[in-house]
Design a protein around this ligand. Sequence first.
Ligand SMILES: O=C(O)CCC(=O)C(=O)O
Length: 268
Amino acid sequence: MRLSREQIAFYRENGYLSGPRVLDDAQIERLRARIADILDGRVPFPGHLLGETVEKSKAKGQLPSFKLVNIFRHDPVFAEVLHHPAIASLASDLMPGPVRVWEDQMIYKPPFDERAVLAWHRDYPYWNQVGPAELGTCWIALDDATVENGCMQVIPGSHRWSLDYAREEVDAVDPDWLLKHPGIPTDADRTPHYCEVKAGHCHFHHCLTVHGSHGNRTGNPRRSYILHLMPGNTRRLGDAWNPRQGDISTVPMGAVVRGPEYPELLPV
Ligand SMILES: O=C(O)CCC(=O)C(=O)O
């Protein structure tokens, strides 16, 4: 499964791309069941990787979604999904290889939870301990993601804005903080695009693309599995690893981020 020249050009120009189906119904069911097993405590999973529980999120005043992070390093079912030749091939068309996994996550927006908002953000300010800023995300829907249940929105072309901010500056209680940033070029088009994604399909966005999502107005959950991917030239630039990420000690300063903690995706 490969991307066309037009699709690659679209990603470069717009900073996102709607991709093909990569998981079949049985694979989706397997991941949904595994998510339920992890969240309900039926299978072991490290507590500190339950990134955003409802309680923690409410305390922050936003994002009452469930989030699991760093799943593949701890869970054999999710570890298998990584080695998916179609995802590897698509990602390798968008970034220079070998593409490696930086992190993964699962986001679960509960039914009828309109507060399950994900603030407008860029991913790279949270990852600038590595660079260059050419990482990308493969976002896989485990339910149809729609406007009603809080599909992702992106601002096309925002990955090309020369806009610099640090994660410490972000006002976590204002989901629109980034859209009001004085550094956004005055002539920039800030019109968001809704990224509806059918279950099993994937969607890519660049690590500088401004994106976010609304809450879930429907009676069903909105679940997604998300792979944060590094081009082969991604190096360690700093120390700001957090305990929910891979092992920093395996990556010398200045070196390419690689090794068993950061598996390579092998295209067919
Ligand atoms: O799932 C969402 O609504 C947003 C996910 C996101 O921010 C990301 O994948 O970088």
